[in-house]
Design a protein around this ligand. Structure first.
Ligand SMILES: [Zn+2]
Ligand SMILES: [Zn+2]
Length: 508
């Protein structure tokens, strides 16, 4: 396993006029004859190119369908374009965890996720060997024939940004800690945890994923398919498994919560807490975009698990991070990484103050529309008026504006009430509890102060709790302990259900 240099990994393409490297990658859909190529190419940002590399991932240009099937690097040689050797040559091995979103540079070869202890496996923690491809190619003979006939369905994979090394000077402020500076950000397409198997073609420096070839071939009518010669692989060169990555050293700000009150669980490997971190991040990002008058897509968001030694169980907690998505970005993340400015931003999220960098924004212009009808009534989780936009589609099922506001309050004040008496939760529980328990054929019942439902026949009780309340009995909040004791005192076996779960899975 070789390792890439720790500096920015810019490969290949220079705009000769400006002389600085770009993150653009070509998709070659014809053989380039000259360098630089003038036609037969589609150029895309590296992260877009990475997200679109998947069997069946098509691009359309001039009514032709183009499917990337492999990786190639064309280089100039006496004015001609020739294939450079070993386009997959350099790689970097990292650990990635689907449960807690960790990215582990220089991971141990064996063992579990160092943050959340997830076991190795495609759904938990795994090692991936990353390559930043220098260029992509279609199978040219298919590209020549594949007409676009409508019905284009492919949606690129959303790549989650993950943060590697960088930032280690966190300063506490309010109940958050914050730092800003340069860090290494990874966007990885690991084929849903399976990686891609690349095979070298005979007599060429073209490495192909055969599954992607088969998928591209199926876009042709049967008669045309028979005219395409299948690639012949170099049997002497073993295949390599790689995940594709866009890696950049970029300006980032990151913020976490210092004091996690007793009875709460912010461990990002728990679905509710992961949802809270992402909701917090996307809420803050939207407030930043509104107040800075920029498009949300100019700011990238991710979360990063961190160890938490403040409890005996040492679960991880997390941070959100925001980076400028544009290369040579305007420096928004550095700007927001200032502790006082981040506090101002949180106060804007909560309707308490107008950020000093805005001129005329009313203080409650962001918060009030969230917490008043019609939104507060219509939106039980998230919608386009609060947290959803096209670019965060992969997160839509977990986003929740109520959790985002809770986290913003907690980041300012360790004594913030993170409970169901907060009006936006109180109203929601009052509305959803009766139909939820009714739908499960349970009798509605209150246990101490909490809503519940019982299955008297089986002596089972379900109690609705706040999504961030710990379900571990060793860390129960007083409300939970009292409700559980009440139900057990009546002879019920108790199951705790978060409101988050009840809203999303009304029949479980
Ligand atoms: Zn993990
Ligand atoms: Zn909404």
């Amino acid at each position: 396993m070789s390792t890439l240099s720790s500096g920015p990994v810019f490969r290949g393409h220079f705009f000769p006029m400006f002389g600085f490297p770009t993150r653009t990658r070509f998709l070659y859909h014809k053989r380039p004859l000259r360098w630089p190529p003038q036609y037969g190419i589609i150029d895309r940002e590296l992260d877009i190119a990475i997200s679109q590399f998947a069997p069946g991932a098509q691009s359309i240009k001039d009514d032709k369908l183009h499917t990337a099937v492999g990786v190639v690097e064309f280089v100039p040689e006496a004015g001609n374009a020739v294939e450079g050797p070993n386009p997959l040559g350099e790689s970097e091995t990292v650990g990635v965890c689907r449960r807690c979103q960790a990215l582990v540079p220089q991971p141990m070869p064996m063992g579990t996720c160092p943050f959340c202890s997830a076991a190795q496996g495609s759904d938990g923690y795994r090692l991936a060997e990353l390559t930043e491809p220098p260029g992509f190619s279609t199978w040219w003979w298919i590209s020549d024939r594949a007409e676009f006939r409508g019905g284009f369905e492919f949606t690129p994979r959303a790549l989650r940004a993950r943060m590697g090394a960088g930032l280690n000077n966190y300063r506490p402020h309010g109940n958050f800690s914050i730092d800003a500076g340069s860090a290494r950000i990874y966007r990885i397409n690991d084929n849903d945890g399976n990686d891609f198997e690349f095979r070298k073609l005979d007599h060429r420096h073209f490495w192909m994923v055969e599954e992607a070839f088969d998928s591209a071939l199926r876009d042709l009518p049967a008669a045309e398919q028979r005219r395409i010669q299948r690639p012949s692989f170099d049997s002497a060169t073993p295949p390599v498994r790689r995940a594709l990555a866009a890696i950049s050293n970029t300006d980032v700000m990151a913020a976490g919560i210092n004091v996690v009150p007793v009875g709460l669980c912010l461990n990002p490997s728990k679905p509710e807490a992961k949802a809270a971190w992402y909701s917090f991040g996307f809420l803050v990002r939207r407030a930043a975009a509104v107040s800075l008058d920029v498009n949300e897509s100019e700011l990238d968001l991710g979360i990063q698990p961190i160890p938490d030694f403040s409890t005996p169980f040492a679960p991880p907690t997390a941070r959100i991070f925001i980076s400028d998505s544009l290369e040579n970005g305007a420096g928004y993340s550095t700007f927001l990484g200032d502790p006082n400015r981040f506090e101002e931003l949180l106060r804007f999220v909560l309707g308490q103050a107008r950020p000093s960098w805005t001129r005329s924004t009313p203080p409650d212009s962001f918060h009030s529309p969230l917490v008043t009808p019609p939104h507060s009534h219509d939106c039980v989780s998230s919608c386009h008026r609060c947290l959803r936009e096209f670019g965060n589609m992969a997160y839509h099922p977990i986003l929740d504006w109520r959790l985002g506001l809770d986290m913003a309050r907690l980041a300012l004040d360790p004594g913030a009430h993170i409970d169901l008496t907060e009006s936006y939760w109180f109203d929601l529980v009052a509305r959803i509890a009766p139909p939820y328990f009714g739908g499960l054929s349970l009798q509605a019942r209150t246990f101490d102060t909490l809503s519940g439902g019982v299955d008297a026949f089986n002596n089972e009780a379900f109690i609705l709790i706040h999504p961030l309340w710990d379900t571990d009995a060793a860390n129960f909040r007083p409300e939970v302990a009292a409700a559980v004791a009440d139900a057990q005192g009546q002879g019920f076996r108790v199951t705790l259900r978060s409101v988050f779960h009840a809203v999303r899975f009304p029949y479980e």
